[in-house]
Design a protein around this ligand. Sequence first.
Ligand code: SAM
Length: 243
Amino acid sequence: MALKQQSSDREGEKSRRVREMFGAIAGRYDFLNHFLSLNTDRRWRKTCVREVRERVCAPSPRILDIGCGTADLSLAFSRMGPVIGCDFCHPMLRIGAEKIARNNNHPPVLLLGADALRLPFPGETFDVVVSAFVLRNLASVETGLGEMRRVLRHGGVLAILEFGMPRSPFWGSLYRFYFLRLLPKIGRFVSGVDGAYVYLPSSVQAFPPAEQLKEKVERAGFGDVRLRLLTGGIAVLVTGIAR
Ligand SMILES: C[S@@+](CC[C@H](N)C(=O)[O-])C[C@H]1O[C@@H](n2cnc3c(N)ncnc32)[C@H](O)[C@@H]1O
């Protein structure tokens, strides 16, 4: 009982730290995202949309974007069907809501404050669940994947984008220099926040490698799971079908 309480306290503490950190950088998040990735993040989101489009059967699928942040992925999916974006960080959602208001989307994009570990939806609500650069931030990856599976209808499509580390020795060492040495300094300078861009590389390094992520997705109840390494492995796209 005491052990269970300790682990739930630890999870609560991690969630609180993550929420505060994204709250502190929300105003500079989009700029830094595009700048630090040299706009490659836009390409990764487009690839994610294309891959889901190839796999989805429903004509106007109901889509959930978990940890939607400032809603870039929600907007990228909005031509496919109605999207709900959810996140537990309100400053990120506020910026997303302003973007959505400027875009005047049809079908609509709705944003909602919600925790990825306790989604406020009944089972089998969505045809598509997507999530970009969120999983490694969760206090429990297994619980997060379990919730994704629960809210997807049978045969629905899951797509997860996460950061990875390149494997090629040359590209890998170049990238490591940028990611571990330069990025934290640039991130701190532009955002004015100390820890956030140190947390980014350390959380990516601590996250399981792509093949292990694929196995976790399979264990969470997904079949035909496909793994795609993007930009030499800097990002990873995992898609699967709810069994
Ligand atoms: C790196 S940002 C990614 C935002 C967006 N998906 C994108 O592609 O730009 C991670 C987001 O996940 C959210 N997040 C982390 N843990 C969460 C949780 N347990 N529940 C809901 N949102 C969470 C954070 O608030 C943050 O907005």
